[in-house]
Design a binder for this molecule. Structure first.
Ligand code: SDX
Length: 429
């Protein structure tokens, strides 16, 4: 269904087509506006601007709805696992038994990385942030598949996708091991994705690693909840870089860098560091709320607020339940969880947060579970990247298959000097 919009510029009327999505969202198509009127639109932060149509993820920020290919994330978190959800996001439907088996085997079978890549880690200081190693290692994967880098060739893409999904978890685990000065633990083809990752992270050659089904379930839930979120900063980065026909590894490496920012995926690390500061310095919750409301304090309540959700982030609800469950089952009492709950309660009763519709987002509680699993704080954003990888890949593939193939190139309104002469050195002030 479409109707028309109209814009009047300098007394002239311009009709603008309106498009409507499958969930009745509407957009004004301005793709002809500049050629017809000479005007462009401007929208700092793209809060009102759609970059594309997409069939992958639907978010209703007012109702707190999040669905992957039409399936609510709450259902996937309960009934699915990360590998199956990755398949759903990338290929559009849940896999049948044969497809799921084949996909699982591909991921388990391609989990090793080239021995030459393991040497890269030795060049990094042990204090290197794992997002630095992850982004450079993922981009470096392109050096090992020079014959499969054409984004327009489906056989190349189908060759790379399972390898990237399989290897990124190995790179993540290896960066942790190298930072700890421990030997890397090689993946095992007879283990599922999450069991393999946990064993590579916490196993040692000295003893057989005992896989805890509770931890495997919690990790599957966390990765599922992070798997996609439509046109967020890092996914938009993957699409923009991919629109230049850069290869899959280079596009995802750019997404990893975008995710690293504390306003985005880096927030989960910031949340735990904030909670640790509050605990260490016994800062009253009231004082934290005061600082968060004071623009001059330079402090933000990390893990709160969202560009799209003006209601509870549905992922935060699920993660909060799992935090309670996992800690209770593991007999862990984490004071940071209690502080987080106190902060949430205080903020949700405060007009500043209520007026701005600031609620806990996906990052507010996730760190509590990662801590319970023994994952160090500086690896939290890496965990976010592992979860988001299938979403990045799904959008990159959709852009190449559904998009118009044009390179992304926004316009601007110039606000600098108008034309002026070159001033010779001896005449400059
Ligand atoms: C993720 O886009 C996605 O989908 C991202 C993500 C995904 O899955 O990919 O969901 C993952 O990035 C979650 C967000 C993680 N970041 C944080 O938790 C960092 C803290 N939150 C903020 O910095 C902020 O809320 C953002 C970045 C998340 C959203 O920023 P916006 O939409 O640009 O909102 P804004 O900065 O314009 O804030 C609106 C108002 C401002 O006050 P006023 O100027 O109106 O008086 O709300 C205030 C802000 O000062 N505000 C906060 C706040 N977040 C917004 N005040 C205190 N603490 C906060 N956390």
């Amino acid at each position: 269904m479409s109707d028309q919009g109209e814009i009047i510029l300098e007394g002239k009327s311009y009709k603008l087509p309106v498009i409507e999505g499958s969930e009745k969202e509407k957009a004004v198509d301005i793709s002809k506006l500049r050629q017809d009127s000479g005007y462009i639109t401007i929208d700092s932060g793209y809060g009102n601007t759609g970059a594309c149509k997409s069939a992958i993820t639907f978010i209703d920020g007012d109702k707190g709805i999040l669905r992957y290919r039409g399936i609510p994330i709450e259902v996937l978190a309960e009934k699915s696992d990360f590998v199956e959800t990755s398949y759903l996001l990338m290929y559009g439907n849940l896999p049948n038994r044969a497809q799921r088996e084949e996909f699982r085997n591909q991921l388990s079978g391609h989990s090793m990385i080239h021995e030459g890549m393991i040497k890269f880690f030795d060049g990094y200081p042990t204090t290197a942030h794992p997002m630095a190693t992850l982004s450079s290692m993922v981009c470096s994967l392109s050096a090992y598949y020079p014959e499969h880098l054409d984004p327009k060739d489906k056989t190349h893409v189908n060759h790379l996708v399972p390898r990237l999904l399989a290897k990124m978890k190995t790179i993540a685990a290896y960066s942790y091991k190298k930072a700890k000065g421990q030997p890397v633990i090689y993946p095992k083809t007879d283990l599922d994705y999450c069991s393999n990752f946990l064993r590579m992270m916490f196993g040692t050659p000295a003893e057989e690693y005992k896989i805890d089904p509770l931890m495997v379930k919690a990790l599957n839930v966390l990765l599922i909840l992070h798997a996609d979120h439509e046109q967020n900063c890092s996914t938009s980065t993957v699409r923009l870089v991919g629109s230049s026909d850069a290869n899959l590894f280079a596009s995802v490496a750019a997404g990893i860098c975008a995710l690293w920012g504390p306003k985005h995926g880096g927030a989960n690390q910031e949340v735990v560091e904030m909670l640790q500061l509050i605990e260490r310095e016994k800062i009253p919750v009231k004082e934290i709320i005061r600082r968060a409301k004071d623009k001059n304090s330079g402090f933000r309540l990390m893990g709160f607020g969202h560009r799209v959700y003006k209601n509870f982030d549905p992922r935060a609800r699920v993660i909060k339940v799992y935090s309670d469950k996992l800690l209770a089952n593991m007999g862990i009492k984490d004071p940071l969880l209690d502080i987080a709950k106190e902060l949430e309660e205080a903020a949700l009763q405060d007009d500043f947060f209520k007026e701005r519709k600031l609620y806990p987002n996906v990052d507010f509680y996730s760190g509590v579970i990662y801590r319970a699993m023994g994952i160090p704080t500086d690896m939290f954003t890496v965990m976010f990247a592992l979860g988001r990888l299938p979403g990045w890949i799904a959008h990159w593939m959709e852009m190449h298959s559904e998009g118009d193939g044009r390179i992304g190139r926004p316009r601007q309104i110039y606000s600098g000097e108008t034309e002026r002469p070159y001033v010779p050195m001896d005449q400059r002030k």
